[in-house]
Design a protein around this ligand. Sequence first.
Ligand SMILES: O[C@H]1[C@H](O)[C@@H](O)[C@H](O)[C@@H](O)[C@H]1O
Length: 563
Amino acid sequence: MSSIGRGSEADSQLLDHDSPQLESIRGSTYLTEQPPVPLNDPYYHDTNGLVDGDVITEADEADIEDGEPNIPFIFLLTILVSFSGFLFGYDTGYISDALIATGTDLGHEITPRDKELITSATSFGAFLGAIIAGTLADILGRKWVTLGANILFILGALVQAASHSVEAMIEGRFIMGWGVGIASLVAPLYISEMAPGRYRGRLVIINLIAVTGGQVIAYILGAVLGHQWRVLVGLGCFPALVQLIVFIFMPETPRFLIRSNKIEKAKKVIRSIYSGRAGPVEEHLVDKKVKLLLEFNHEEHGDISRVQRLGVELREIFGIPAYFRSLLIACGLQAIQQVCGFNSMMYFSATLFEMVGFKDPALVALIIASTNMLFTVVAFNLIDKVGRRRILLYTLWVMAIMLVFTGIAISHVLADIAADPDSPSPWAKIVIVTMIGYVAFYAIGIGNVPWQQSELFPMSVRGVGTSMATATNWGLNLIVSGTFLTLMQKIKPGGTFVLYAIMCLTGEALVYFFYPETSYLTLEDIQGLFQDGFGVERSIALSGEAKRRYYMSLAHPDEPESL
Ligand SMILES: O[C@H]1[C@H](O)[C@@H](O)[C@H](O)[C@@H](O)[C@H]1O
């Protein structure tokens, strides 16, 4: 078979569908006989440019993805969109310090219940925002929804900064929460629809680095600003304002433009993305890309209204077993990410460290946020090499052990402080070390893998599927952050951390039995896995084989790819 040569090197290796080895590993003929999903999915085309059933001709060999795209342009777009990620991180990050710094500024010394309400108001808003975000983005466009999220960020920050009561603070956090929920879905969506196939995964992770970076900056400013919590909150307006202005001039994604029948505008964006150093992209390649997107858009659900389309999508995602399995996996991963308790440390770390007697708890909390960011960068380099499933299996159980040690150490610190409030407990250092260990393993695995959610869904239900998965994230975030301080009182730190450890181990078991390995697989391969079950065993064989072939191709770039 000739080398198809599209997308990333890995992708092009994977496209050797005729390989007897791969066919036997797949153990199913769906790829050639009964495509389970709309194979004219632009995500799929982005990496290979072929419609299932097409005969591969020389002309097909030329694909827009073969050329060198306009990297500076794409990178700039990603950075500008990642302001949304930054705001998501900043606005969820500063609350830890602000809660300590408010003192009696909100009318009285805030109680643990107030703290929980203030913190969870954002998660509740985000939960509601996530539910409507996918549909809103399909109706208004990714660009205008991002602009709207920025207005919510600014409004929420202003209400909080001006608040003199717990109620006003909660209102401000709630308004901001809507922005956070919407942005957490739309930013990765915008990036993935703009990015050429071979850069998509990494570009999406850049947004996540911005999330964790935003949390770090919030902690640094929290430590620097001390009691000036109003400044800390108000500063969040600036990135939102910058993005608000910049986004007016940003392009819509080609997919949305095609959806809205704005073909010329879509072509213009495609030209900007794919005209790299080698010069302007050839017009017939632009036409080919547009044709594929159009074809997909038409065939997705035909010419039906947006409301009808939503109804069809909902029926499909719950009614088609393969789609429903994708949904279970996407929501399940987001659920594990939240119930493992990470955000309890993130939102309450300053409170937690104050409780165990640290002189400068905000500074210690900064270490937690920095570890999260640093190891998200590590994950960026590991996610494809090690594989999503394997990375989770390696990290979740370690997180559980770290949590148990943290619980034990905190209990000892509290007992030591009760016995002698003036002398520091030797266990305090263990709390820091085990918490750092926990956060590092979180960031490498479950902190980022669930955000690769869009790869699990076929195009036709991607919007509604990612909305549900994102809402699962925020819904559980709400429950976990809203109950942490109560849990600490009722079942003590020991019980609380053991509970989170049990969640990690449950997550480990669920991943082991149900989550297939998706690294190195094309999107159509991933969909095929869910045809009759979760395809775990098949995925391991497929992914391993694909990875081996990829590395072989790197070692012998000139050899023909067929085995
Ligand atoms: O992936 C992100 C990241 O791990 C953040 O640090 C965390 O606060 C979010 O809840 C999570 O969704």
